[in-house]
Design a protein around this ligand. Structure first.
Ligand SMILES: Nc1ncnc2c1ncn2[C@@H]1O[C@H](COP(=O)(O)OP(=O)(O)OP(=O)(O)O)[C@@H](O)[C@H]1O
Length: 293
């Protein structure tokens, strides 16, 4: 099957500023695909290039088999896009703005507008200028979801939403996924990517570091190990290689270990500890450990 998004060597240079360099990855139809990286990594630049808002300096990409520059108009009909920052005509009412963009998309379902607004607790009769950042985001979500797109491109979608509203938003995304919608989800928050996505592309300083399944990212050798002892400071771990971090808290010696667990268990069995607890680290810790500077 052809990927729904196929990016090959995409590069964007803004004058002297780096933008993105040689980005290559693809997204399969029906996937929920995360795009993760710190601020300034190049997530928005990649997305804005895909949407033909800005032109690539070199490289190419296709969406639904069509070139993003040559066929951008046609492609846009099938895409729901939520930008990281939403700008609107301030003196319009929410409902008028949504109807306006729905008409533009040739999809005007009053029932769907009312349903989405109710789910998101969005007052359709307020003026845009009176809305908070989070409520403006909700307007953007309604706009992105309204025409039942084949591909949803969400740039930092949860910014400004409170935790309850984030839950509602993730529920809406799950419903979209169940319909077969492909979701491309950029974020700098690993936990939300972990919660939603099948695979993730990691971007740093404009370059792609890795494309990996969430499952594989979590399936690495990094482990939290807690040894309990009456005198944790007297436990001699000097011969054990792979201990990244250690600290003592009361009767517990806490370790971050990166290596083969069987070797560790053999080596540590020579120490006189009372109890041992081995835990998986969070995705955040994995990210910090493997991908931080
Ligand atoms: N219009 C622009 N003009 C010049 N440089 C830009 C422009 N937009 C982005 N950049 C630069 O391109 C790089 C990537 O920025 P981009 O906004 O794509 O990152 P991001 O990962 O989306 O970060 P954030 O989460 O902060 O939005 C940064 O170094 C940024 O300064």
């Amino acid at each position: 099957m052809k990927p729904i998004v196929d990016i090959a060597g995409l590069t964007k240079v803004y004058g002297k500023s780096r933008g993105i360099t040689d980005i290559t990855f693809s997204i399969e139809e029906g996937e929920v695909f995360g795009f993760i990286g710190p601020n300034g990594a190049g997530k928005s630049t990649t997305i804005r290039t895909l949407l033909n808002i800005i032109f690539p300096t070199s490289g190419s990409a296709s969406i639904m088999g069509k070139d993003i520059v040559a066929h951008s108009k046609e492609i846009r009909r099938h895409i729901g896009y939520l930008p990281s920052e939403v700008f609107y005509y301030d003196d319009m009412k929410v409902i008028d703005l949504i109807r306006f963009s729905a008409a533009f998309r040739q999809s005007r379902s009053e029932r769907r507008i009312a349903e989405l607004a109710a789910r998101l607790d969005l007052d359709l009769n307020r003026k845009i200028e009176d809305l908070s950042f989070g409520n403006r985001k909700k307007v953007g979500i309604v706009q992105a979801l309204l025409h039942e797109p084949k591909l949803l491109i969400l740039d930092e979608p949860t910014g400004g939403l409170d935790p309850l509203m984030q839950n509602t938003f993730f529920e809406l995304l799950k419903e979209e996924r169940a319909k077969g919608t492909t979701i491309f989800f950029s974020s700098h928050i690993l936990s939300e990517v972990q919660r939603m996505c099948d695979r993730v592309a990691i971007i740093k300083e404009g370059s792609l570091i890795k494309v990996e399944t969430i499952e594989n990212l979590l399936r690495n050798n990094l482990r939290h190990i807690t040894l309990t002892s009456r005198q944790p400071e007297s436990l001699d771990l000097s011969g054990i290689r792979g201990i990244v971090k250690q600290e003592i808290a009361g009767t517990r010696l806490k370790l971050l270990y990166d290596g083969d667990m069987r070797t560790f268990v053999q080596d540590v069995s020579r120490c006189a500890f009372l109890d041992i607890l081995i835990e998986e680290p969070s995705l955040d810790e994995i990210f910090l450990h493997y991908y931080a500077k």
